[in-house]
Design a protein around this ligand. Structure first.
Ligand code: KE4
Length: 431
């Protein structure tokens, strides 16, 4: 049984007595790779440390939020200072306005924004607002995308649902599932057919502008532009789920990176600086229907806009706005991709490597991965062995073939060199 050390084994066994699977999110359960996960004691920069003193170069980075690594001094200081003033008020604070203004400045299509506590809350709320704004009930989504655990999304979903072999979750009433139309990612004809078969009935098309939950799957050339046109023709709301891509692919996210403007945007992860923040926003005419305004479309939350999280998110977004950060992220990610490609060539292997900015994934398949079906041709048994060979060599990536590597701006060139050595040795060990 693969494991990292006795203290993690004992701690994880205790956790399993009180928490389902010992985890507060199934993606962490190592279900797809087996064995016991390392139980983390602390993180510092690009490195994680477990209870047994093992050190890892971290490419999960809390599944994307930590674009400046663990415990960045400026984020820590902002949270410490905020703590001393009180942790939550349930009343308006200037910290919320400051983060909202920062988001609006960085993502121009977001004219107004509402803070929530997770990406799931952001996507759930955005879909409800689109339904309330249009008066339509159905939504169109894409196989293999993950929009969090809202009922409408748990049909042919990606991330932990796909990883653990349960893309269709029990517990979703048929009446709700019937309102979600799911088509293959990158398949414009399927989108056109769905819109033709459901004229004036689809409230929103929700899409990850770069899919990050079936591994990294880029949009085909013109895919996003065509979605924009089809949404305009149909009168439905185009929602970009930028929980991963937001502030990662560029300061303005995927919509800036590809030059396509959605009607609404969902944000999470990076926007909270490692604390619980989600956000949804978009056109003023849509957001002015959100309670207490306009149609009073309901959405609420005790800790939404929490001052600690607002301060952490604001500092992280301000740091991202400083010169050279995205160039560094791109250089690191390019070096990782090129080094992996070179390793594959040296070993005579032809696995598929997908990358967009600082989202990358190596698939254990020679098939080009463009959607859910092609992602599922990956050899997950071989991935499982690869994962543990890497972990033994001090490289910590997501315990799933269907996630991304997330380099941070604080990974060093030395980290990348050590990663590429481990990558080569791990591949060699399993072939
Ligand atoms: P959260 O509720 O986990 O904050 O966000 C949901 C979500 C929404 N949209 C996208 C594109 C997402 O990737 C996510 C969450 N991502 C997963 C892993 N890729 C989070 C890991 C987990 O579930 O523990």
């Amino acid at each position: 049984m693969e494991h990292t050390g006795p203290k993690s084994i004992e701690a994880f066994s205790t956790a399993q007595q009180y928490i389902p699977g010992g985890v507060n999110s199934p993606a962490r359960a190592f279900g797809a790779v087996g064995g016991n996960p390392p139980v983390i004691s602390h993180g510092r920069g690009a490195h994680l440390f477990d209870l047994d003193g093992n050190e890892y170069i971290d490419y999960v980075c809390s599944w994307g939020p930590l674009v400046f690594g663990h415990a960045h001094p400026r984020v820590v200081q902002a949270v410490q200072e905020a703590c001393l003033l009180g942790t939550s008020f349930g009343a308006p604070t200037q910290a919320e306005t400051a983060l909202a203004r920062q988001i609006v400045q960085m993502v121009p299509s977001v004219e107004m924004v509402r803070m929530v506590n997770s990406g799931t809350e952001a996507t759930m709320s955005a879909v409800r607002v689109a339904r309330g704004f249009t008066g339509r009930d159905k939504i169109l989504k894409f196989e293999g995308c993950w929009h969090g655990h809202g009922d409408s999304f748990l049909i042919k979903a990606g991330s932990s649902a796909l990883t653990l072999g349960a893309p269709d979750s029990p517990g979703i009433p048929q009446a709700i599932a019937a309102l979600s139309i799911t088509v293959p990612y990158n398949d414009l004809s399927a989108v056109q057919e769905a819109l033709r078969q459901n004229p004036g009935q689809i409230a929103a098309i929700i899409v990850e502008p770069v899919a990050g939950n079936m591994g990294t799957v880029p949009p085909r050339a013109g895919f996003l532009q065509q979605l924009r046109q089809l949404a305009d023709q149909d009168g439905c709301v185009l929602i970009f789920d930028e929980v991963i891509t937001g502030f990662r692919l560029s300061a303005g996210g995927a919509q800036e990176y590809f030059g396509v403007t959605p009607d609404m945007t969902c944000l999470g992860k990076i926007v909270g600086g490692g604390l619980p923040v989600g956000a949804y926003g978009g056109k003023r005419q849509i957001m002015e229907q959100v309670s207490p305004l306009g149609k009073k479309i309901s959405q609420a939350g005790t800790l939404s806009g929490n001052p600690l999280a607002m301060k952490a998110g604001l500092v992280q977004l301000q740091m991202l706005s400083e010169p050279g950060v995205y160039a560094r992220l791109e250089q690191l990610s390019q070096n990782l991709e090129a080094g992996m490609a070179e390793n594959l060539k040296k070993l005579g292997l032809r696995y598929t490597l997908n990358r967009v900015g600082s989202m990358l994934c190596m698939f254990f398949t020679e098939t080009q991965v463009v959607d859910y079906a092609t992602a599922c041709t990956a050899d997950t048994a071989r991935f499982r062995r690869f994962f543990w060979e890497l972990l033994k060599r001090g490289v910590y990536m997501a315990p799933s073939q269907f996630e991304c590597l997330f380099p941070s701006a604080v990974h060093s060139d030395g980290d990348v060199e050590r990663t590429l050595r481990a990558h080569y040795e791990a591949l060699k060990a399993i072939h």
